[in-house]
Design a protein around this ligand. Structure first.
Ligand code: DGJ
Length: 382
């Protein structure tokens, strides 16, 4: 081959290689940016399988825990997966952190529903503590349980410690004596959603109904504050009201202190962060696997009162949160006031193909805003 042909061949090869690569991948084949909504491969070249996830930063490494999804069902047939990264772009598959059981008596038997796992580290006990939303096999979404699992190692294996409803026999701190003693019951209403029913709901209809058994807990996250106190934030009362419940020092149980947030507000998918002593929470509405408009709430104290603001998403498709639903907000280490909004673009007909929408949290007039980027990197925070 003469030099001219050699040169042409090389140019063609270079074009072919660059066409086969995503622009977010650098010459070493590593990601150097985020491309929300696109396939995101792990270190083995497989689309990351960690949906409804959350991130724990521990000793210089980010760990991403999420729901393993299969091709046809949203039920758990594998468990909770774990990936690790030092740069947030490139993720190593660390395997299954919590494995479903083959024992039909186990609450986490294969075929149960395991959603939105989050892991926190307890320095006092030197244990990693995982909370997730658990629905018992064959019972749809009626159980509304939270489950707690523990491990000595960050990537697992995690062992299930307990599961159930939350704060049985305890009243929310922000429910008045009058509300606690109302005699109105669910059975008094033929229909849901009437103005009278909504008033009763706001006054604690379902809190009273579930008082003995414990409060329902579905979509959830965990938050560890600067003083190391941890909180479980979850959709309760038939997904109509968020609760924030303080955890015990070992993070394995509840102190009994909890509050209701936005009664009747229908908030799911809570994700929270703290900046300048202020708490910010982004949630979604409640439309199954379909996306809807995000909501923003702020508070000066994690136990409230919380103030509702308008949709933090701006621009085209903002009313559908860019076709995604919040799951977690990542504080970026080593950068000031840098937070990533982490969301899922669900694909309920082929759940394994669910996509991840990670966007930078920007601030306008002191409030977080979300804007779409086809591609972005962490230098946006500089
Ligand atoms: C919306 C929730 O956010 C998801 O985690 C999941 O529970 C679906 N609903 C189920 O329809």
């Amino acid at each position: 081959m003469n030099f001219k042909n050699f040169l042409i061949l090389n140019i063609i090869l270079a074009i072919l290689i660059s066409c086969g690569q995503s622009s977010s991948v650098n010459i070493e084949g590593e990601y150097s940016s985020f491309t929300p909504g696109e396939i995101w491969e792990d270190n083995q070249g497989v689309h990351i399988n960690a949906h409804g996830g959350g991130i724990l930063y521990h000793e210089g490494v980010y760990y991403w825990f999420g729901e393993h999804k299969g091709e046809r069902s949203n039920s758990a047939f594998v468990g909770v997966t774990c990936y690790s990264s030092t740069d947030l772009y490139n993720w190593k598959n660390e395997g299954v952190a919590l494995t479903v059981s083959d024992d039909e008596e186990s609450p986490i038997v294969r075929g149960s529903v395991i959603e939105r796992p989050k892991v926190i580290y307890n320095a006092k006990t030197d244990k990693f503590v995982m909370y997730f939303h658990l629905e018992l096999k064959g019972r749809g979404y009626e159980a509304a349980h939270v489950a707690v699992a523990v491990s000595d190692n960050v990537a697992g294996p995690y062992q299930l410690v307990k599961n159930g409803r939350v704060n049985a026999g305890k009243w929310p701190l922000n429910m008045t004596d009058e509300q606690r003693n109302y005699t109105v019951e669910s059975a008094h209403f033929d229909k849901w959603w009437t103005p009278q029913w909504m008033e009763a709901l706001k006054d604690g209809l379902f809190v009273r109904r579930d008082f003995e058994e414990g409060q329902m807990s579905r979509d959830m996250t965990l938050f560890v504050d600067d003083d190391n106190k941890a909180y479980h934030i979850y959709s309760s009362e038939e997904n109509l009201t968020l609760h924030i419940a303080e955890l015990t020092d070992d993070y394995l149980g509840y102190t009994g202190d909890y509050v209701r947030v936005e009664p009747g507000g229908h908030n799911e998918a809570p994700a929270i962060f703290k900046k300048d002593e202020r708490y910010f929470m982004i949630t979604s509405g409640c439309t199954g696997w379909d996306p809807n408009a995000a909501r923003l709430l702020t508070a000066d104290n994690i136990m409230g009162p919380w103030t509702l603001h308008s949709n933090p998403a701006l621009g085209e498709d903002a009313e559908l949160t860019f076709h995604s639903q919040s799951t977690f907000i990542i504080p970026v280490q080593g950068k000031e006031d840098a937070f990533i909004f982490m969301a899922d673009r669900w694909r309920p007909k082929n759940p394994i193909d669910g996509r991840y929408v990670w966007l930078p949290i920007l601030f306008e007039d002191g409030l977080p805003v979300l804007k779409w980027f086809d591609e972005w990197d962490l230098s946006i925070f500089d």
